[in-house]
Ligand binder design. Structure first.
Ligand code: PLP
Length: 389
């Protein structure tokens, strides 16, 4: 990996050290260029005209997304964020009253509240599968929980609050063996871990553009496995996803774009396509290895600081490093770190309530180096923190 070139192509390098890819990572220049070029074209010739002129490029975003996750282009819907993508799949899935939704302890708040809403409205049951000794979803417990009343397995692959990597592939094997739909939140995995939907065995997968993918804010996507395109009806449609073909009838689009609506931020979409292409030109395996290395350096250095406790779970750990400081106020420390030139963040119990309550977690600090960071930056951040605690 040519780190020097990658850093030259990242306009944010030279400013504060950004160590929060799990929040919203620094975009590389080609992503910024794709967005700005489209916006400038809109300014010069008009929004609809720019769309028409850039149609081929904008269509290629579906190819880039599909290639990155091992899907087919008609299985991709481009949406405004991961939550919208996840909710589109979730609310479209028919579930009988009494059906059980199996989820994990690390499940993300946005997903969980949607489950609570459907549980309340439709008499569904949410069942949280316990974690194993390492803190990852326990596949044995999941297998044991399976039964004819399980309507859906919905889990988070990489949680927002730490370095855990749940066994998404193992969950897929169980889901397939039991013929149960599997919705995978890959929001924090996308851009730092290789995604192959065939290997994962998921029916639906949602992710965002702005985190490890280094795309712009306001972008996300949903993967819908081909077999679902015959039957799945979005909970909300418009005449793009479902053209009004007769006065009393609409016809759902044949592809996953039935989940999209007519109006979109095409400049951002162009940026998302550039982000996929940028990541794939570097290679996701190399990205994953470097991110894991840098996160390992961060954990090692943090572990050595008195009063700091690294809180990451799981045998396999990714690029999100979570920790707490004895007697320290996470928000205040984050502000102090920003003043010192290091951008890190926090994650509060309300983001992952089940895990937070189980482990009695405080508001934690989060540091998430990306491949464009250096070991010196990571160590520099830890040294700066050491001086504050
Ligand atoms: C695990 C996880 N899932 C989903 C989301 C939601 O993503 P978005 O804000 O793009 O809707 C996040 C955001 O932090 C996340 O960490």
């Amino acid at each position: 990996m040519d780190i020097e070139r990658i850093r030259r192509e990242t306009p944010g390098i030279g400013g504060p050290v950004h160590l929060l890819a799990c929040g919203s990572a620094l975009m590389p220049q080609p992503v910024v260029d794709a967005i700005v070029e489209h916006i400038q074209l809109e300014a010069r010739i008009g929004g609809y005209e720019a769309h028409a002129a850039q149609d081929a490029l904008l269509e290629r975003v579906y190819d880039s997304t599909a290639r990155h996750i091992g899907a087919k282009r008609h299985e991709i819907a481009l949406l405004e964020n991961a939550t919208v993508a996840w909710c589109h799949a979730f609310y479209a899935l028919p579930l009988e009253p009494g059906a059980r939704i199996l989820t994990c302890e690390a499940e993300y708040a946005a997903n969980y509240v949607a489950m609570l809403q459907r549980a309340k409205r439709e008499g569904l049951v949410i069942e949280v599968i316990p974690s194993d000794a390492s803190g990852a979803l326990d596949l044995g417990a999941l297998e044991a929980a399976m039964g004819p009343d399980v309507g859906l397995i919905a889990i988070t692959w990489v949680p927002t609050n730490g370095g855990l990597v749940n066994p998404a592939e193992g969950v897929g094997r169980i889901a397939r063996a039991h013929g149960v739909p599997y919705l995978l939140d890959a929001c924090q995995a996308a851009g730092q871990i290789k995604i192959d939907v065939a290997v994962l065995g998921c029916d639906f997968l949602s992710a965002t553009g702005r985190k490890f993918l280094r795309g712009p804010r306001g972008t996300g996507f949903l993967y819908v496995a081909e077999k679902w395109l015959e039957t799945i009806e979005p909970a909300m449609i418009d005449f793009y996803g479902a053209p009004w073909v007769a006065r009393d009838r609409y016809a759902l689009r044949a592809d996953a774009r039935r989940f999209e609506t007519w109006e979109n931020a095409y400049a951002l979409r162009a940026g998302l396509g550039a982000a996929f292409d940028y990541a794939d030109a570097i290679g996701i395996e190399a990205i994953e290895a470097r991110v894991k290395d840098l996160a390992g350096v961060a954990r090692g250095a943090l572990d050595a600081v008195p009063g700091v406790e690294v809180r990451d779970l799981g045998a396999e750990r990714c690029g999100i490093v979570s920790f707490s400081v004895e007697g320290g106020d996470a928000e205040a420390l984050t502000a102090q770190m920003a003043d010192a030139g290091y951008m890190i963040g926090t994650s509060g119990p309300g983001n992952t309530r089940i895990d937070a309550e189980r482990r009695d977690l405080p508001v934690m600090l989060r540091m998430a180096p990306h491949y464009f960071n250096t070991e010196a930056e990571v160590i520099g951040a830890v040294r700066a923190l050491e001086g504050m605690v």
